[in-house]
Design a protein around this ligand. Structure first.
Ligand code: GDP
Length: 296
């Protein structure tokens, strides 16, 4: 996958720096330029790459590093920290607690993997002893309810939806109310996605949020959308209060850089990544190990 290419390019840049006898301004610049090029190729936004460069140069003041200190290590640490910072805007807005009803609303464009991810998220928590339930408020895409129903049945997770009702707000409200009464502790609401960031989608999302009062809104993003990641994530954030991000299809040809941009746009952390079509191809996202992998 292309994430591996990014990782290779970055570790090559670090290696080149390690191979030089004296670390001076030029060596540092060459290394940073190489890393920046790799990040841009992986679809990280230009302004983020530029800020990273500026910050590292501010931290690593070569003239001020006393003799005997390992400049390479200081540079490596600064690069590691900056990349982590890019991916770590702090905790999600809300962390659900077992035994207490929480409503989690999923938003994202059609095809991003939203419906699949709702079940993965439910299944993940069910295995850890939670009582999740799924509400299908996607009445726009034909087959969305069937898909959710099928996945939910396979995972033995209760679900709510309707073939007849075309008002997603009504379904969302009824589903959440029912599962709250039945004391489910993780009520997951799947919403409609559209191809484009159209006004109707956002209006519908706002109404679903109004009636379900989600404790957490999770923005689901396909890792392969590239440079469009920032604008797309920002558009969602402006309409509903996104508190966490899940990046899907990290197993494919994803460049991975889009995740950095989504985090920047939503100011929310990535909490999980999807690594395949199956229910259990889902991993907790850990910033430091992700960056360590990038650095090779
Ligand atoms: P939605 O329109 O956003 O609800 O998207 P779906 O959940 O229907 O997913 C669209 C397609 O992406 C389906 O074929 C899924 O199986 C696939 N998909 C979802 N997540 C992943 C993932 O992490 N990896 C891969 N390879 N495919 C995924």
């Amino acid at each position: 996958m292309v994430l591996a290419q990014l990782s290779r390019s970055i570790s090559r840049a670090m290696q080149q720096m390690n191979n030089t006898t004296v670390v001076d301004e030029k060596v540092l610049n060459d290394c940073l330029n190489e890393i920046s090029r790799a990040l841009l190729q992986a679809d990280v936004q230009f302004s983020m790459v530029r800020d990273m460069q500026t910050n590292i140069k501010k931290i690593v003041n070569l003239d001020d590093i006393a003799a005997g200190h390992n400049k390479r290590r200081i540079i490596q640490q600064a690069i590691f920290n900056e990349l982590c910072k890019m991916l770590d805007p702090g905790k999600p807005l809300f962390t659900p607690m077992k035994g207490k009803s929480s409503v989690i609303m999923f938003v994202g464009l059609q095809g991003s993997g939203k419906t699949t991810t709702c079940t993965k998220y439910a299944y993940y928590h069910q295995k850890k002893g939670w009582r999740p339930a799924l509400v299908c408020a996607d009445t726009f895409r034909a087959g969305a309810f069937d898909q959710l129903k099928q996945n939910a049945t396979k995972a033995k997770i209760p679900f709510y939806g309707s073939y007849m009702e075309s008002d997603p707000v009504k379904i969302a409200g009824e589903g959440v109310e029912r599962f709250k009464k039945e004391d489910y502790d993780l009520i997951i609401v799947d919403t409609s996605g559209r191809h484009k960031q159209e006004a109707a989608l956002f209006e519908e999302m706002r109404q679903v949020a109004e009636i379900t009062k989600p404790d957490l809104v999770i923005f689901v993003m396909d890792s392969s959308i590239g440079q469009a990641a920032f604008d797309q994530a920002q558009a969602f954030k402006q309409s509903v209060s996104v508190g966490a991000v899940i990046i899907t299809k990290m197993d494919g040809h994803a460049k991975g850089g889009g995740s950095l941009s989504a985090v920047a746009a939503t100011k929310s952390p990535v909490i999980f990544i999807g690594t395949g079509e199956h229910m259990d191809e889902f991993e907790v996202f850990d910033v430091e190990s992700f960056v360590r992998r990038l650095l090779g």
